[in-house]
Design a protein around this ligand. Sequence first.
Ligand SMILES: NC(=O)c1ccc[n+]([C@@H]2O[C@H](COP(=O)([O-])OP(=O)(O)OC[C@H]3O[C@@H](n4cnc5c(N)ncnc54)[C@H](O)[C@@H]3O)[C@@H](O)[C@H]2O)c1
Length: 345
Amino acid sequence: MTSFRDARIAIIGLGGMGVRHVRASRQLGAQIVALCDTRGEALEAGLGEAPGAATYRSLSDFASAASRADLVSVVTNTSTRAKILMELLRAGARRVLTEKPFSTNLADAHAVTAAYEQAGAQLTVNTYRQFCDNHIRMRDLLRSGTLGQPRHIAIHSASTGLGNMGSVFFDLMNFYLDSRPVEVTGAIDRTGTPSVRGPQFRDPGGWAVVRYENGARGFLDSSEDTGVPYTLHLVTTYGRIVIDELFNHWKVSVRSEVDKARPLTYYPAPLADVSFELTHGYDPVQMTGVAMAAALNGLPDAANARQAVTVMEMIIAVHVSDAAGRVPVRLPLEGQHHALDIPFA
Ligand SMILES: NC(=O)c1ccc[n+]([C@@H]2O[C@H](COP(=O)([O-])OP(=O)(O)OC[C@H]3O[C@@H](n4cnc5c(N)ncnc54)[C@H](O)[C@@H]3O)[C@@H](O)[C@H]2O)c1
């Protein structure tokens, strides 16, 4: 599908992010055919952005209408999504885009993923960066080997919750380090910062050290004692990438060809800037639109639920490691941890 003018999109969950899905659909030029929320005022907000869409307050009525759409977006709160995803599948939906974090426990993430695979239905989790041109070209640059190999990534994300922004950053770690995470050691922050989405949600921050199959290391710090925009710092054999995504500052630098031949112990080798043009700014509506387009086009990478399960493993592993005294935990997690449920928003 190259033009989305004939694409029909249905959306359930019309809080702040659901409205972004409505706007992203409109930016693609698609038709929004069905909207659902349990709250009347949220439904009104959605309808204000998509006049003419059919509106629903109940999941069963929405599911049968949504199953005839080309894409269904699930943008309700995390604990509700597994049930909704299963109901949509039963009703016959074939392409679904769901929000992150994927689920509140691993059992749901595995069950939903297996059900979609068995039915041959496409499930996309909206960690949209992998579909965005800037990140794809940056990974292409890494894969070209000009900077050597990616060995270290450190991500700082202030006070945002391991489910909320941790799900984005573990996913980006896996994307850039291009390897399988095999072990997580972590700690949960006990500050108790309230969720901005309501007291029924609890999603502590914390820190994690991730060891990868290829020997690379990932570090995430989302502790609840800082309040600055997130940054990603990636170090390769000879180079460095610093991404301040919210403010569109991306900087790449590398040793000269002469210095690449010198030993790695020669750390004072100056790094020269590598030109890297951004083709788009940070815009969650536009970036969600890119994920929607990938899902509508049925791109191979759009079926990313397995990767999202791995990300859930990493988040839950931080909780498991913390409870066991901050010890290293092997991935994939054993079945006994699949029921551990964290009330992410
Ligand atoms: N990918 C991203 O960048 C990104 C950004 C923001 C939020 N999110 C995720 O999107 C989800 C929604 O975030 P939000 O900020 O819109 O939350 P929100 O709490 O503002 O909105 C959620 C909406 O879902 C509705 N809802 C809940 N259960 C429902 C059900 N069973 N049936 C129908 N409607 C239901 C609620 O009434 C509410 O209107 C969260 O899980 C959040 O983590 C992702």
